[in-house]
Design a protein. Structure first.
Length: 292
C-alpha cells in the first residue's frame, strides 16, 4: 500500500513538472493568443516593438489629417488677373510710374497703348508681375489716381493641368516602350517600320503637350493686370460773350453760303450768257450787211 502511494505521488509530481515546463517554454509573442488572432507585441532581438496593426494608424495620421488640405491647396494651379480703370492727372507720368512698379516687383509692361491729343490723353497698359506680387502691384497702380472701376478674376486650371500631365506621362511611357522594341530589333521589318512611325507621332504629340504645359506654367507664375488710364475731362465755363460769338458765326456762315450760291449761279449761267451775246453780235452784223 505504501509503495502504491509513493508511485502515485511520483506520477503527480512528474505531471506537474511537465505542465510547468510547457508554460515556461511558451513564447512571449503568443501571450495574447486567442483563437486565430494575434494582437500585442512582437519580440525583435532584445527589443520589443509594437505590432503592425498598431503602427499603421499613426503612420497615416500625417497624410490624412490636418496637412491634407494644405497639401491640396499647394498643388492647385491658379491664374490671377485684374482689370482696373483709373483717372490720372497726367497720362504720361502715370504710365511711366506703372512701368516702374512692374519692374520693381520683377515684372514688365507687356503692352502699351495711348491715344488723344491736346489736353486729354488716355490709353491702356498690360502689366505682368509674379503671382506672389499680384496684390502689391495692384495696390501700387491704385495709388496712381482715382479708381473708377475694378474687376478681379481667378481661373483654376488644376484639373486641366493634372489631365495634361497624366496624358503626357502615358505618351512618354509608350514612347519608351517603342524605343526599347527598336533597340532590341527582335520584331519583323514591317513591325519595326510601324513602330518608328508611331514613335514619330508620339514625339510630336509630346512636344505639343510640353509646350502647352510651359504655357500653363507661365500663366500661373505671372499674373496679368490690365490698367486703363485716362485724364479727366476739362470742364469749361461758358463765356458771357458766347451768344454774341455764336450769332456772329451764324451770320458769317450765312454770308459765305449766300456768296457761294451767287458765285455758283454766275458760273452756271456765264456760258449761256456768253453764247447769247455772240449770237446777238452776229445778228447785228448780218442786218448791217443787208442794209448796206
Amino acid at each position: 500500500m505504501r509503495k502504491l502511494s509513493a508511485s502515485a505521488l511520483l506520477v503527480a509530481v512528474a505531471f506537474l513538472s511537465l505542465l510547468a515546463c510547457r508554460k515556461a517554454a511558451r513564447p512571449a509573442g503568443l501571450a495574447g493568443f486567442s483563437g486565430d488572432e494575434t494582437v500585442g507585441l512582437f519580440q525583435k532581438g532584445s527589443e520589443v516593438v509594437a505590432s503592425p496593426r498598431e503602427v499603421a494608424p499613426e503612420q497615416g495620421k500625417g497624410t490624412r489629417g490636418e496637412d491634407a488640405p494644405a497639401a491640396l491647396g499647394a498643388a492647385r494651379k491658379l491664374i490671377q488677373n485684374a482689370e482696373v480703370s483709373i483717372e490720372v492727372r497726367d497720362f504720361d507720368t502715370a504710365a511711366q510710374k506703372a512701368g516702374e512698379i512692374a519692374r520693381s516687383l520683377g515684372g514688365y509692361v507687356a503692352d502699351s497703348q495711348a491715344a488723344g491729343e491736346g489736353k486729354r490723353r488716355h490709353g491702356a497698359l498690360t502689366v505682368r508681375v509674379p503671382a506672389g506680387s499680384f496684390e502689391k502691384a495692384l495696390g501700387g497702380l491704385r495709388h496712381l489716381g482715382k479708381v473708377q472701376s475694378e474687376h478681379l478674376g481667378v481661373q483654376d486650371i488644376t484639373k486641366a493641368y493634372t489631365d495634361l500631365e497624366s496624358r503626357l506621362m502615358v505618351k512618354r511611357d509608350a514612347a519608351g516602350r517603342i524605343r526599347e522594341i527598336l533597340r532590341n530589333r527582335t520584331a519583323k521589318l514591317s513591325d519595326v517600320l510601324e513602330a518608328e512611325k508611331q514613335l514619330t507621332e508620339l514625339v510630336e504629340q509630346i512636344e505639343v503637350m510640353e509646350g502647352e504645359r510651359r504655357f500653363y506654367d507661365q500663366q500661373v507664375a505671372l499674373s496679368t493686370i490690365k490698367a486703363e488710364l485716362h485724364e479727366p475731362e476739362a470742364i469749361a465755363r461758358p463765356s458771357a460773350l458766347e451768344p454774341l460769338r455764336e450769332a456772329l458765326r451764324d451770320s458769317l456762315f450765312n454770308l459765305s453760303s449766300s456768296l457761294a450760291a451767287f458765285v455758283t449761279g454766275i458760273l452756271y449761267v456765264a456760258p449761256w450768257a456768253l453764247l447769247v451775246i455772240v449770237l446777238l453780235v452776229l445778228l447785228r452784223r448780218a442786218r448791217r450787211r443787208r442794209q448796206g
